[in-house]
Design a protein around this ligand. Structure first.
Ligand code: GLN
Length: 384
């Protein structure tokens, strides 16, 4: 019993693989969520909000203190000046931001150019909005943007570009030059760009996250999405935001009011506190994650996997071809039994066959958990 707008969209692989991890008592290196919470003083703020009567509906666009804190965050990190009343809206995680942006902006038949591998909610929401996806493949081993392929994907029906950098699952952080190429294409073809920047602070080795909205001529055509989840290790809080010109933010709000009406009120002042009073937490987290990235990547290489060391995000991508496997889903379904470990096959995030042998591993876990996973992999027969 499914409406046509949901036909052909498989259940999200993340929930499926996390359930498999629980069922098989495997080390879960699949779904990206940390196993240590964010700052205790931020949690204390949320508790205080719950106990001090902030338990009724928030205003539609979000609690003013959070909208103001988001505007200050965009100014502090990127030099962007936003009006917190018209250019910021709070969403229930970035996932709702993606949904509301696509439902609020895309008309049936509009083409949405999207990087492949794509995050699974993009394709689901493009389809639910009646849009048509036009993938541009980031190909291994380096997973860089091919600008010619981007240009070729833009047809006269293209109206939107949905851009994710730092990119899940590949870990690519688009360079300023790549972003400039995206900006050139967007301006030339009058595209609106929706950017998913949830890993904005989780970049390694001195790589820099550059919001597309900061490039010349781009603010007025860019809707930027982010959230507290990854930056502050509160993925379960589901607090995100959309920022950009009032017309684009207004479209998000127009759809959002019919999705969740407003987002949960007690967590919003706590997130405002995090952004204002714990501004250095995300960079400390990134420094720590970089070490865990290295631990995971060297261990995966040691068991015979071709690893791409990511520039950002929670994830490392491997090619399992060398172990004789033809497809990542079979590998990931066999892995709990063979090794007691769960990872994510990313072939479902492609229209092309470029991802058939790609598997994603999360390193946002405590070092002893990563080590346990690696020990299990080292002890197992991983060949096809
Ligand atoms: N963003 C997380 C990941 O990529 C998962 C979030 C979700 O399960 N929807 O693992």
């Amino acid at each position: 019993m499914l409406a046509s707008r949901l036909q052909g969209i498989p259940p999200t692989i993340f929930s499926e693989m996390s359930a498999l991890a629980v069922r098989t008592q495997s080390v879960n290196l699949g779904q990206g969520f940390p196993d240590v919470d964010g700052p205790p003083d931020v949690i204390a703020r949320a508790v205080a909000a719950l106990e001090s009567g902030l338990n009724q509906y928030a205003p539609g666009p979000g609690v003013p203190a959070l909208r103001q804190a988001v505007a200050r965050h965009q100014q502090r990190h990127y030099g962007l000046d936003l009006d917190p009343d018209s250019e910021v809206v709070v969403t229930t995680g970035c996932t709702e931001g993606i949904a509301a942006a696509l439902l609020g902006l895309v008309d049936p038949g509009d083409e949405v150019v999207v990087l492949e591998p794509y995050y699974d909610s993009y394709t689901a929401m493009i389809q639910m909005a009646g849009g048509v996806r036009r993938p541009v493949t980031l190909r291994g081993p380096d997973f860089r943007l091919d600008v010619d392929e981007l240009r070729a994907a833009v047809t006269p029906r293209a109206r939107f570009l949905l851009l994710n950098s730092p990119h899940n699952p590949t870990g690519t952080v688009l360079t300023r030059a790549e972003l400039q190429a995206v900006a050139d294409v967007a301006i030339e073809h009058d595209l609106v760009v929706i950017t998913d920047e949830v890993y904005e602070h989780l970049v390694y080795d001195g790589h820099e996250h550059v919001p597309l909205a900061t490039l010349p001529g781009m603010f007025e055509r860019t809707l930027s999405l982010s959230s507290v989840g990854k930056s502050y290790s509160f993925t379960g809080w589901k607090v995100g935001w959309a920022t950009g010109p009032a017309a684009l933010v207004g479209a998000v709000l127009a759809a959002k009011q019919w999705l969740t009406f407003t987002s949960g009120s007690p967590l919003q002042p706590a997130v405002a506190f995090a952004l204002d009073e714990e501004p250095d937490f995300p960079s400390r987290l990134a420094a720590d994650l970089q070490q865990r990235r290295d631990l995971l990547c060297s261990g995966l290489a040691a068991v015979g996997l071709d690893v791409r060391v990511p520039e950002g995000t929670y994830f490392a991508t491997t090619d399992i071809g060398r172990l004789g496997w033809k497809d990542g889903l079979s590998f990931c379904l066999a892995l709990p039994e063979r090794a007691g470990v769960v990872a994510i096959p990313t072939q479902g995030f492609h229209d092309s066959d470029a991802g058939d042998q790609l598997v994603r591993w999360a390193f946002c876990k405590q070092p002893d958990v990563i080590e346990d996973g690696l020990r299990r992999l080292a002890a197992a027969d991983l060949s096809a």
